[in-house]
Design a protein around this ligand. Structure first.
Ligand SMILES: C[S@@+](CC[C@H](N)C(=O)[O-])C[C@H]1O[C@@H](n2cnc3c(N)ncnc32)[C@H](O)[C@@H]1O
Length: 296
């Protein structure tokens, strides 16, 4: 069921290769291996490089396994949250690696094939969990959180300017019955906005906020940022692609803190952005920002 052809375009592949790979026969952790797009590009380019690929989602790991089958002797795949990267190192019996890479955000698998309500362009149950390890779903938040909590989530994780009005509209709908699907939620948001306006769908930020809350995405990233230096060899590199300002801010601040403490050299004084050609071919790359550091 999950072994379809690769449809995910890995973002900023050339930039990732340039900033991440300093040792062509090194071992690198891809902490968000997803459909295996970046991992494949690295393995194809460097015939002696090895990858430890993690993904929190057990289902997408099967897609990665299929897509990386021909490199099986140079790939180890593990179902794990990247914030547990130190624990993973123990399970694979390694102390250090040459580099770590995170490509935050969503894979096309999640949007188009997971059936888990990540996309407001599909009518699906409001699940939004990357992993079944967690029990809280977007449905739980939308139906059972207090209105104050909804406002906080929409403001903090979505920077949604109509957070209050949307929370109130959800409150009203909840009195009539449960809100179970992406289409129902989108409809509520659209009404608050008075129909579709502009280039961006009015549901975009609320969906982003719910996904971040369900998966505790910022906490995962903070945990990773606290730990990754411990698993890098001297000269080892970390590269992170983020897709919204909340994530990018965390990455930028932590890299700066480590640079001031002389733990790392910053390899990207300004974040690298996708070329206009890449954005034209793959619009999903448009908000990507890539930052990298090298351990001293
Ligand atoms: C943008 S996709 C990665 C795509 C991948 N670079 C590729 O080219 O195919 C992000 C992936 O991160 C995974 N993910 C999200 N949160 C995670 C976490 N805390 N730990 C590990 N994987 C996570 C998602 O399941 C998803 O597969």
């Amino acid at each position: 069921m999950v072994s379809e052809t690769v449809v995910h375009f890995p973002v900023m592949v050339e930039e990732v290769i340039k900033v991440l790979v300093w040792k062509e026969d090194g071992v690198y952790i891809d902490g968000t291996v997803g459909e295996g797009g970046h991992a494949r590009a690295l393995l194809e380019r460097f015939p002696h490089l090895k990858i430890i690929g993690l993904d929190w989602d057990e289902e997408i790991l099967k897609v990665a396994e299929d897509n990386l089958r021909e490199f099986h002797d140079r790939v180890t795949l593990k179902q794990a949250n990247y914030r547990e990267v130190k624990k993973v190192m123990k399970t694979v019996g390694r102390e250090k690696v040459s580099g770590v890479f995170l490509d935050l955000g969503l894979s096309s698998f999640h949007l188009e094939r997971s059936g888990r309500g990540f996309s407001f362009q599909r009518d699906e149950f409001l699940d939004m969990r990357f992993s079944k390890e967690t029990s809280l779903t977007a449905y739980d938040i939308v139906n059972h959180s207090s209105l104050e909590e909804l406002v906080r989530i929409f403001e903090e994780f979505g920077e949604e300017r109509k957070a209050q009005a949307i929370a109130e509209a959800i409150g009203k709908e909840r009195k009539k019955g449960e809100i179970r699907s992406t289409a129902e939620l989108r409809e509520i948001i659209w009404k608050v906005y008075g129909g579709k306006r502009g280039k961006k769908d009015p549901a975009t930020l609320v969906f982003q906020a719910l996904r971040i809350a369900v998966n505790r995405e910022l906490e995962n990233l903070k945990g990773f940022l606290d730990d990754f230096l411990e698993i890098l060899e001297s000269g080892g590199r970390a590269v992170i692609i983020s897709y919204h300002s909340l994530e990018d801010r965390l990455v930028k601040r932590k890299f700066l803190e480590y640079s001031k403490k002389k733990f790392v050299h910053i390899l990207t004084p300004k974040p690298l952005l996708p070329s206009s050609l890449e954005v034209a071919v793959n619009p999903a790359s448009r908000s990507a920002k890539l930052r990298g550091v090298e351990k001293i």
